[in-house]
Design a protein around this ligand. Structure first.
Ligand SMILES: *[C@@H]1O[C@H](CO)[C@@H](O)[C@H](O)[C@H]1NC(C)=O
Ligand SMILES: *[C@@H]1O[C@H](CO)[C@@H](O)[C@H](O)[C@H]1NC(C)=O
Ligand SMILES: *[C@@H]1O[C@H](CO)[C@@H](O)[C@H](O)[C@H]1NC(C)=O
Ligand SMILES: *[C@@H]1O[C@H](CO)[C@@H](O)[C@H](O)[C@H]1NC(C)=O
Ligand SMILES: *[C@@H]1O[C@H](CO)[C@@H](O)[C@H](O)[C@H]1NC(C)=O
Ligand SMILES: *[C@@H]1O[C@H](CO)[C@@H](O)[C@H](O)[C@H]1NC(C)=O
Ligand SMILES: *[C@@H]1O[C@H](CO)[C@@H](O)[C@H](O)[C@H]1NC(C)=O
Ligand SMILES: CC(=O)N[C@H]1CO[C@H](CO)[C@@H](O)[C@@H]1O
Length: 775
């Protein structure tokens, strides 16, 4: 008997082992097969040839009896080569060893970079108050911006084309008809629209309705908001039910927009996003704006990241790619979209805030943040309770104080204003509001620092958020009386808010987990409380205040909102400096960025500490100054190839990716990444014992031909920074000069040291930030 048991046990263990070690998952799922550069000179013919050769490659891997899978979901052939298809794990790994294949990876789902909790936020594009300069363009601009997002709502006044000239003749894109979308929905402003039928194929099945899938029309609002922020036309008297009132306009109001709908509410398929980038490059866009990214937790390698791959080829073809940094802050190493050929944007607040006053029964008043359509007044008070004190039977106090769903006794909160704390980010403000609204409470006072800088749009429900200090006083007041009461007044807009900018708490932080020798994020731009065009609100009661017409604008926050500010600024610069390459435009915006706020003090974060470049990048963009940067850092194709070499990719892969016949330097190492000609400097490791570390940079004079620049260094105590030469003399014959910066850290404090090197000629100010980690 015992023997039999042992035998059975053995079989059991053996079968367990088989389960663990044996067959990879046999169920096919979508994969991206990336095959490097496309043949540059034969795109037309090449497209067909590569399609059939890709099908051939696929049929050599997929068994004959499953021939229905010998089909390309997407086929990439314009700017780069590859396809996506349904594969099993073992087929995918067989393909990855194949000649000509650079990488094979499961089609990832990328997220829209509006704020973390889908607490859609506030704000302002009425750039009047925003601290972002308004730039007038008298001529219509031929710059074309491709927005890869959730589509577009073409009827928005932000996409009218009055006063805009003919569509540039080089435009080769299309306006795809679809469900509820006609060719006539495009015009001289919205010149292109595409959608992708097979958008969200993570599990191989479609999850979206046909209406949503088969139209460029935006059903989420994200794409409409980002497109109008980048290039929306002037709209007079725009507001969100009276808030943020003013002229709404994009960063480059005369630029053209092409919308590529690659995403839905649930996110974006990486394979589809890659197709949209390929199409946008073929169509002839100048700049691509992507407010989307992979999760910061599972950041794959650059060659398994669809945005990094697509942007690499875009940059090689002169198309700039601007991306959001992500909303996973304030922890370090959360920034995404960090490849050096991507322009990575962090989010700041603007000088406008939305305050909702809390008045207590004892007469004390607190200013909390939120956007509400509260109809309460100062003259009537409502009983005030703390969630913890009105817990449902058996509900732990820790849940009740956070106003968890199901944790409160509904009988004790109907007709009350309820105080909740915000200790658990998984229970978002939106959920808390739903819980209390459902319980017929009058309103909510939320206590917590998290997202306090990001006003929550609570529709008609009275809502106000205060920090821990004020919150403690409110709780003390509740403790002090048997008969506590309060009211929450309607939101007031405060302009000229100081200090501003501040780094938004949600904005993802550097350093980059993938390549710490490149400083990321690059720059910061307004991303909280941004007013821009929106799709019409749902019919859900409460989403439109009583007696008001549905708003054509909405106030939102996220690095998603910051990214198109930079896209618009880049389009503005390109419209004046048509010949500048993407890296020159990026350099101009970086070296002229400001690190000071409107109190003329260094920019701070939401906890009032000076913010460092891992939070702000090199600073807040200043588009007007960027028109005349004096000097620029040109990062050329060869720099990016060397980056791939230093990063450690195989020669074979690098050859497939680059157009020229390249060779990696013999002594390639990660350290040398600091040496690529980037407009900022990051050194992952500076050994205290080592000799000085020497970095090279080359600047190009784009200002007056005769100019002399002198270097000024700001470095923290102990870190010795030397520049040679420290004087650069430009003339007609000398437009490019290289210099060396040496860093010596023997006496420096451990960890990251931040500072800057500035070139001055009396007129221009070329600010380059460095981050040096001393060990
Ligand atoms: C501007 O908008 C506000 C709020 O939507 C409205 O009350 C006001 O009448 C408008 N003013 C003009 C001049 O259209
Ligand atoms: C602000 O900066 C300080 C100092 O670097 C840091 O300790 C704190 O966590 C930062 N706060 C936020 C919200 O990023
Ligand atoms: C406020 O509006 C709600 C409907 O949203 C209504 O039920 C309530 O009676 C109003 N309260 C006051 C004080 O007018
Ligand atoms: C309120 O009173 C309770 C005891 O009843 C105490 O635990 C709590 O710390 C008090 N809160 C404040 C803010 O004073
Ligand atoms: C309770 O509060 C209300 C209004 O705040 C006040 O009028 C009333 O006198 C208070 N009652 C007691 C017993 O304190
Ligand atoms: C390593 O390569 C760099 C640039 O490719 C070169 O300047 C340098 O001299 C090389 N160093 C050594 C030790 O070979
Ligand atoms: C630059 O300087 C040279 C030599 O001093 C002079 O000949 C030339 O005219 C100057 N050019 C300009 C554009 O000022
Ligand atoms: C932001 C906003 O719409 N605030 C509203 C709050 O409620 C009052 C009264 O209903 C409105 O006048 C405000 O416009």
């Amino acid at each position: 008997m015992e023997c039999l048991m042992q035998f059975l046990l053995l079989i059991f263990i053996a079968s367990l082992l088989i389960c663990i070690t044996a067959t990879p998952n046999p169920i096919p799922k979508p994969y991206v097969i990336y095959m490097g550069n496309s043949e540059p000179n034969r795109i037309q013919i090449h497209s067909q040839i590569s399609e059939s050769s890709h099908l051939e490659l696929l049929s050599s891997i997929v068994p004959r009896r499953e021939s229905e899978r010998i089909e390309l979901i997407h086929h990439y052939s314009h700017a780069f080569s590859g396809f996506s298809a349904m594969l099993t794990e073992s087929e995918a790994s067989a393909l990855s060893g194949h000649n000509g294949v650079v990488s094979v990876f499961p089609d990832p789902i990328l997220q829209l970079h509006t704020t973390r909790s889908w607490d859609f936020l506030e704000s302002d594009l009425g750039m009047k108050h925003s601290g972002t300069p308004t730039y007038q363009q008298h001529l219509s601009s031929d710059i074309i911006i491709g927005v890869i997002d959730t589509g577009i709502w073409p009827e928005s006044p932000s996409f009218r084309d009055e006063g805009i000239g003919q569509i540039p003749s080089r435009w080769k894109g299309v306006c795809m008809e679809g469900h509820g979308f006609k060719k006539s929905n495009c015009n001289r402003k919205l010149i292109g629209a595409r959608y992708y039928n097979n958008q969200f194929t993570s599990s191989g099945k479609q999850t979206l309705t046909k209406e949503v899938r088969s139209s460029p029309r935006d059903s989420v609002g994200h794409g409409t908001h980002t497109a109008s922020t980048a290039a929306g036309a002037h709209v007079k008297n725009a507001s969100y039910y009276g808030l943020a009132q003013g002229i709404a306009r994009g960063g480059s109001p005369s630029a053209r927009i092409a919308a590529y709908k690659a995403c839905s509410e649930g996110g974006c398929s990486g394979a589809t996003l890659l197709k949209a980038i390929d199409d946008a490059i073929k169509d002839g866009v100048d700049i691509i704006s992507i407010s989307i990214g992979l999760s910061s937790i599972f950041q794959p390698d650059f060659l398994e990241d669809p945005i990094a791959i697509g942007a690499f080829h875009a940059e090689q073809m002169g198309v700039m790619v601007v991306c959001s940094a992500g909303n996973d802050g304030p922890d370090p190493y959360t920034v995404v979209n960090t490849a050096p050929w991507i322009f990575t944007v962090a989010a700041s607040n603007i000088d406008r805030n939305f305050l909702s006053a809390i008045v207590l029964g004892n007469g004390k008043t607190f200013q909390g943040t939120s956007i509400n359509f509260s109809n309460l007044t100062r003259s009537k008070m409502y009983p005030l309770v703390f969630g913890e004190k009105v817990a449902a039977k058996f509900a732990p106090a820790s849940e009740a104080r956070n106003c968890y769903p199901g944790s409160l006794d509904y009988n004790k909160i109907a007709g009350h204003i309820v105080v909740c704390v915000n200790e658990d980010p998984t229970i978002s403000r939106k959920i808390k509001k739903m819980v209390l609204k459902d319980a017929r409470a009058i309103g909510i006072i939320l206590i917590g620092e998290d997202n306090k800088d990001v006003p929550f749009d609570a529709d008609v429900f009275p809502f106000s958020q205060v920090g821990n200090l004020e919150g403690h006083q409110i709780l003390e007041y509740i403790n002090s009386t048997k008969n506590s009461s309060a009211t929450i007044l309607p939101t007031k807009e405060v302009n000229g808010y100081r200090p501003s900018p501040i780094v938004a708490s949600f904005s993802s932080r550097g350093p980059s987990g993938l390549a710490e020798n490149i400083l990321k994020p690059d720059v910061m731009a307004p991303g909280t409380g941004i007013l821009a065009a929106m799709i019409p609100p749902s019919d859900e009661p409460g989403s439109v205040p009583i007696g008001k017409k549905p708003s054509l604008f909405a106030i939102k926050s996220g690095t998603s909102m910051a990214c198109p500010h930079v896209t618009g600024a880049a389009a503005f610069i390109k419209s004046i400096h048509g010949r500048w390459s993407p890296s020159m435009i990026k350099s101009a915006l970086m070296t002229t960025a400001t690190t000071y706020n409107n109190l003329r003090k260094p920019v701070t974060n939401t906890t009032n500490y000076f913010a460092n470049p891992h939070e702000t990048g090199v600073g807040e963009i200043n588009p007007l100054r960027a028109l005349n940067p004096g000097l620029v850092f040109e990062t050329v194709a060869e720099d990016y190839i060397r980056f791939l070499c230093y990063y450690g990719y195989s020669k074979k892969n690098i050859r497939s990716m680059s157009k020229a016949n390249t060779n990696c330097p013999r002594n390639s190492s990660e350290d040398l990444i600091s040496n690529i000609n980037y407009p900022s400097i990051s050194i992952k490791t500076l050994n205290r014992q080592q000799k000085a570390k020497v970095i090279t940079r080359t600047v190009t004079n784009v200002g007056p031909l005769n100019a002399t620049y002198i270097a000024t260094v700001h470095s923290p105590e102990g870190l010795v920074v030397k520049v040679t030469p420290n004087k650069l003399v430009f003339s007609e014959g000398v437009q490019r000069i290289s210099y060396k910066v040496s860093f010596y850290g023997k006496e420096a404090h451990g960890g990251y040291n931040f500072g800057s090197l500035t070139w001055l000629d009396g007129r221009h100010y070329v600010h380059t930030v460095f981050a040096v980690n001393v060990e």
